[in-house]
Design a protein around this ligand. Structure first.
Ligand code: SF4
Length: 240
């Protein structure tokens, strides 16, 4: 049975993007390839706010203090907080997910798999989770990703099969591409060729964190690069 290190699991209303307003279960996986210490800081400076949080004072992820600079999900990847994210098998996760649903079964709810960066190594465990009998009624999934991780051929194939099984199943990639204000390097963070390949198995939209006119200019440049990756994928084919 596969396992996933789970930082948080909760039921809420999706507040953004394609499924805004839809009741959703959020599964936050542990681990990220970035740190994003530049958010909320003057250009070129890094936030130290999360480093000042003492992990030994906390026994639960949800009781950690919020930060106003740097990554707001710092405890979902910082190894100092890994003790707050248990490694659960897919049976335990499916049980916990269904337990959050108001009717203890899937109705109109959708599943958000977020992070950290959810498309790191956990791709190998998601098929086990999605094939669990308790996940059978699920119709729609969103991966909230930073858009830098390629889908493995196995997982891409699996998602293609999963959506093909019934016409109302949909996979969405909510791509929060990181601009220079995050502190990450452009060439590491803006990966049009990676994001373009998501379109072979799902719907894709981009989102950006912007605070200044420079950030908006960077976002426009990034969109231009994503557009240059060209059309493709089954969504574009369907839309003609
Ligand atoms: S990509 Fe997201 S989770 Fe990872 S460090 Fe940046 S803001 Fe945090």
């Amino acid at each position: 049975m596969s396992k996933i290190k789970v930082a948080e699991l909760f039921y809420s209303i999706q507040g953004e993007g394609r499924y805004m307003g839809v009741p959703s279960v959020f599964l936050r996986t542990f681990g990220c390839n970035f740190k994003c210490q530049g958010f909320g800081m003057p250009r070129g400076e890094s936030s130290n706010e999360a480093n000042n949080v003492d992990p030994s004072k906390y026994t639960e992820y949800k009781s950690l203090p919020l930060v106003s600079t740097g990554c707001d999900s710092y405890a979902s990847w910082d190894p100092r907080f890994k003790h707050l994210s248990p490694l659960l098998d897919t049976d335990e996760i499916a049980d916990a997910i269904v337990h959050t649903l108001p009717h203890r079964e899937w109705r109109e709810e959708h599943l958000v798999i977020t992070g950290g960066e959810p498309l790191l190594g956990w791709q190998r465990s998601y098929p086990d989770l999605l094939e669990h009998p308790k996940m059978k009624g699920l119709k729609e999934i969103t991966f909230e990703t930073n858009g830098t991780q390629e889908l493995t051929p196995e997982f891409k194939h699996y998602l293609g099969e999963w959506t093909a099984e019934t016409w109302f199943r949909e996979v969405t990639f909510s791509v929060s591409a990181k601009l220079p204000c995050s502190g990450e390097k452009w060439e590491d963070a803006i990966r049009p060729e990676v994001v373009r390949a998501y379109r072979d198995v799902g719907y894709v939209y981009l989102k950006f964190v912007v605070a200044t006119a420079d950030d908006v200019r960077d976002a426009v440049l990034a969109v231009h690069e994503f557009k240059q990756a060209g059309p493709g994928g089954k969504r574009d084919a369907r839309q003609g």
